[in-house]
Design a protein around this ligand. Sequence first.
Ligand SMILES: [Zn+2]
Length: 381
Amino acid sequence: MTKQHRFKQTLVPPVLFVFLLLNVILLMGYGLAGCTNGSNFIQSTGQSGELSGDQSEEQGMAPSESPVVETEIDFTKIKPNEAGRIMVLMYHGISEPEAEWVRTPDNLRKDLQVLYDQGYRPISLKDYVSGNITTEAGYTPVVLTFDDGLQNNFELIKNAQGEWELNPNCAVAILEEFHREHPDFPLEATFFINNNTPFGQPEHVAYKLQYIVDKGMDLGNHTNTHVNFSTADASRIQKEIVGVVKMVGEYLPDYEINTLALPFGSRPKDKELYTYLEQGSYEGTSYKNIAILNVGWDPDKSPYHQDFNPFAIHRIRASEIQKYVQHVGMYDWLEKFDKGSLTRFVSDGDADTVTVPEDYKEQLAEQKIGKRTLKTYELEE
Ligand SMILES: [Zn+2]
């Protein structure tokens, strides 16, 4: 564990970054560039006591003709805090009109824009629970989830030429479109499905499941029959979870479905049965979940926090109808983060380090930090 008083990094402004990235892609295409990656654009200013050793000292390979104006990013200004909170947003239907369990396509677009503008960037649920935070320095990870595998989450429609294409108002299309227009907003989301023709359209199930995984998004388990676990026994719990594991396995033999969203947020009354939510087997098929998601209600802890429990992750409804969200909806929490009444996770931009202000160090668990390097710094007065 090292103590760091000040960090500085130089970063190229986003527009230039995209410009440079295009150059790199072009160069790679012509086989001119050797081993290049994003870290080429980040360089330490090399003051003692700053990011050192494991940090890349490589110079940027900016083309000489490009008007590179490097902007210094001072960690005492960015204030990375990887002990802060992370929102796991919960969506269900995406259609008209807005309702308790429905967000309209335009409202989903608005949510993404607000998140983007306020410095939130999606990460996968799997990366969240494993603490693999690759979010750009100064930005806050957010996890997007969609329950119930509804057709309006992923719908194919026929175009004028009679070819199948994505309905531009379904969740998958909206996420993809936003990612296309904002490449620094990663295409990450988890779709929790049941075993009842996920996303409707039986003839397209294979295509859709493959598509989601090919795009780097995830499928999650929402149980065979959307069971209410509160009255389920050990056998029923395992049967319900295995039903989706087997179904996905038939379509995607290499994909491991190991995250579970509890239908209705329900848990067995007998806590001794919780273990079957985490792992078990039924008729020869076994499973081991790495994340279990509740329904409510607040931003959850940093994956490095001593109290972080990947088997009881809180989610937040992405809605702004107070009747339903009761002051614990996405926009309520955004406001609380903004006002500073709750501390949000701010990434240090390096998945191999965990950076927090000195005062937050005690909240973390060494075992959860794992092999990563813990760095602390004093906030300047
Ligand atoms: Zn559900």
